[in-house]
Design a protein around this ligand. Sequence first.
Ligand code: 13P
Ligand code: SF4
Length: 302
Amino acid sequence: MNDRELTKKIKELKSKKNAIIVAHNYQIPEVQDIADFTGDSLELSKKCAAAKENIIVFCGVKFMAETAKILSPDKKVLIPKVNAGCQLADSITEKEVDEYRKKYPDAAIVGYVNTSASVKAMLDYCVTSANAVDIVKKIPNNRIVFLPDKNLGLWVKKNIKDKEIIIHNGRCYVHHKFTKEDIINARTSHPEAKIIVHPECLPEVVELADAVASTSGMIKYVKESPVKKFIIGTEEGHIHRLKKERPDAEFYSLGNAQICFNMKLTRLKDVYESLEKEQYEISLSEEIIRKAKIPIERMVNL
Ligand code: 13P
Ligand code: SF4
């Protein structure tokens, strides 16, 4: 089947099965375009929870589909590629969280949404890249263990001076590739452009950017800015989304376009097969769902 036929079949199956398709901002353009919603991981999970459909096809990586399942335990959540993981989420284990808990008993353990469901079940608070600074500011504890992303942790630390912040040494290999030289070169080639980078980038990159934002924050920034040229320091798939929001503006990747290979695994044919065979279902124990919901709800309530 070609892409046109696949798109038609996907639409038919979607309404026949009462399903919804959501896609992260880093997915390939064809998958973003077939989705009912595109967004960051938490935005999508909230959309799934509010949706009336019973089946959710989550085009993204596993921790995202798990977060959707935690927030929609009665729905069938499917991930088209069972092996789509996240190296950052894999950089923290339950054993390590346990060790932090024992070593710093007075600390609040704060975890990025990029964590597995079983790690989430051990957290005090969950945060996203969009709200990490605000949430950590509001947590009553003076000592915080922040995991798993070191660069996001350093960004939080830079913005919060009155708390002790202990940071896990995880990283996103995609965002880690942007360099200070990339920013210096971009300023020379496009002096009129605004440079926006993700907080998962290295501190020296974040330091030189015009704005630091999550993927949803970048969308908000470009929609509100009068500028017509932007340099984007995040996974290259996000430029497809940004162009849709600002068709009058020009977008360039910072340095070399960086790709998250797990985010590119899902093709239209996988979305079709996922709907047709109802595969691969995310299954979490009731206990993990109950426990993992607590840090997410605390974040939403703060
Ligand atoms: P956001 O879309 O939440 O900014 O996350 C970026 C990311 O790397 C997700 O894997
Ligand atoms: Fe994980 Fe980085 Fe890929 Fe996001 S871009 S899914 S953080 S590896």
